[in-house]
Design a protein around this ligand. Structure first.
Ligand code: 5GP
Length: 185
C-alpha cells in the first residue's frame, strides 16, 4: 500500500486550501479528466471553499495501446464555456506527460483566462514530455498504481487506498483476452 485514504484526504485538503488562496474572487472551473480523476476531483471540490464550477472531459487513444500524442483525442462538450475563465485541469496521475502536454496544447484554443494543472500523483521517472504541474498531491516512484479512482483494466477504482501492484499481481488479475463472438442475423 502506498497511501491510506486518511493520508490522501489530508493531502487533498491541503491542496484545496492552496487553491482557495490562489483563486480567491476568480470563480475557477475544475476541468476533470475522466475516468481516473473522478474520485480525486470530487474530494478536491468538497475541500475547496471558494465558489467554483466543475466540468468533465475525456481523453481517448485510438489505434494501438501505445499512448502517444498522435493517437490521443480530446473529448469535451462544446457547450462548456472556458472563454475568459480560470481553468484548473484535474488529473489522477502524470506519468509520461504525453496526455497533459496534449491537453495543454489543445485547450488554449478555447481562450481561458488562465490554465493551471493539478494532479493527485506525479511519476516523474517516466516523463517523456516535460509539463508544469502546479498542484501535486504526491510524487511516486516508477510503479503501477490502482485504487482511489485509478484502474487496472477498468477494475479496482473503488479501493479507498492507493496500492502499487507488481508484475505477478498483474499476471494473476489480468482479464483473459476478449473472445470475439460473431452475431448471426
Ligand atoms: P501519461 O503517461 O500520458 O502522463 O498518463 C496518462 C494516463 O495514464 C493517466 O492519466 C492515467 O489515467 C494513466 N496512468 C498512468 N500511470 C498509471 C498508473 O500507474 N496507474 C493507473 N491506474 N493509471 C495510470
Amino acid at each position: 500500500m502506498l497511501f491510506k485514504r486518511a493520508e490522501i484526504l489530508k493531502t487533498v485538503g491541503a491542496l484545496g486550501r492552496t487553491i482557495d488562496r490562489d483563486y480567491k474572487g476568480r470563480n475557477p472551473v475544475l476541468l476533470v479528466i475522466l475516468k481516473g480523476a473522478h474520485i480525486f476531483a470530487a474530494e478536491l471540490s468538497l475541500s475547496i471553499e471558494i465558489p467554483h464550477e466543475t466540468e468533465f472531459a475525456t481523453l481517448s487513444s485510438y489505434g494501438d495501446n501505445v499512448v502517444s500524442s498522435n493517437t490521443l483525442h480530446f473529448l469535451m462538450d462544446n457547450n462548456i464555456e472556458l472563454h475568459g475563465r480560470h481553468a484548473i485541469l484535474i488529473e489522477d496521475i502524470v506519468d509520461t506527460g504525453l496526455s497533459l502536454d496534449y491537453i495543454l496544447k489543445v485547450l488554449p484554443g478555447r481562450n481561458p483566462a488562465s490554465l493551471a494543472t493539478c494532479a493527485l500523483l506525479n511519476k516523474p521517472e517516466r516523463r517523456i514530455e516535460s509539463v508544469e504541474i502546479r498542484y501535486v498531491g504526491f510524487t511516486i516512484p516508477n510503479c503501477y498504481v490502482i485504487g482511489h479512482g485509478m484502474d487496472f483494466q477498468q477494475g479496482w477504482r473503488h479501493l479507498p487506498d492507493i496500492w502499487a501492484v507488481n508484475a505477478s499481481w498483474i499476471k494473476r488479475n489480468a482479464k483473459p483476452p476478449e473472445v470475439i463472438t460473431y452475431k448471426t442475423q
